[in-house]
Unconditional design. Structure first.
Length: 278
């Protein structure tokens, strides 16, 4: 018999990824294209968009598996509650299982949350693990990514003036938690730039640290402030390892500490994770 908790978490993943109503997401993109003049409105397309735009629907379905956007265009983000894809969501689930099963002490921290989907999933996971008394730190500027200021980030401008889709305010994320009935005192919002907020984070032990800051600066700020608080055997999940800026920040951090670079476990085209040595 299937465990009810497993069914709940599977449905939560599908909902966060918007897999259930993917056709409506494609309808929004279609109507937006009609308004922009790149497509001509046809009521048949709107009514039966899965068949009328079969290739686009198939691409979107595949993109929900690996966290890629339709036409590889980030401007087509913005309708689901997470953009990490099913593979990384499933791996996050496995990582949570690992720290719980192994009794790794500490809280759960995500740096860079967008619409909050990964943290919402963590909250759902803890809801069915009633004996787990951990906090979830939801850390973000809630104003999008900073404009590049370091030499390592020049050429990678993901700020809200370029990509407004990436700037989600904290009240929107809080409302998303409430939509899933997963807001609680154990969910702690941390608003501001990482360099200002993360050194002051009110936790001394971290069981799982999830980094989704894209830039060299954001990744380095998170590692400098939080890595040494990760418990032995704890897990670090890096979402943006496909980006040269992110990889360089990780390599530079460990080089500065004169520590060996951890062996990365690949999840998909961009996600990796590793365990901190005991």
């Amino acid at each position: 018999m299937t465990d009810h908790g497993d069914l709940y978490l599977d449905l939560l993943k599908r909902s966060l990824l918007n897999c259930v109503y993917l056709d409506n997401e494609l309808r929004i993109i279609y109507l937006r294209n009609c308004i922009a003049g790149s497509e001509v409105f046809d009521s048949r397309v709107l009514h039966d968009i899965r068949r009328e735009r079969h290739d686009a629907y198939a691409e979107m379905t595949a993109g929900r598996a690996d966290g890629r956007f339709l036409n590889r265009n980030i401007h087509n983000a913005g309708y689901s509650h997470t953009m990490i894809g099913r593979a990384r969501m499933d791996m996050l689930h496995e990582c949570l299982d690992k720290v719980v099963t192994d009794g790794i002490p500490g809280d759960l921290v995500e740096c860079g949350v967008w619409r909050g989907g990964s943290c919402i999933f963590m909250a759902g996971y803890l809801k069915i693990k009633s004996n787990e008394k951990r906090r979830i730190f939801v850390a973000d500027s809630f104003e999008g990514l900073p404009a590049p200021s370091l030499a390592q980030d020049i050429g990678l401008d993901l700020s809200k003036t370029v990509y407004p889709e990436l700037a989600v305010d904290d009240e929107t994320v809080r409302e998303n938690f409430r939509l899933y009935d997963l807001d609680s005192e154990s969910v702690v919002f941390v608003k501001g730039w990482f360099k200002d907020t993360l050194p002051l984070l009110q936790t001394h032990e971290i069981a799982l640290l999830r980094l989704d800051g894209d830039l060299y600066e954001s990744t380095m700020d998170a590692l400098e402030a939080l890595y040494e608080r990760v418990s032995p055997g704890g897990i670090v999940f890096i979402d943006d390892y496909a980006l040269e800026q992110c990889r360089l920040a990780v390599a530079d951090y460990f080089a500065r500490k004169s520590w060996d670079l951890p062996q990365m476990n690949k999840v998909d085209w961009t996600g990796v994770w590793f365990r901190k040595a005991a």
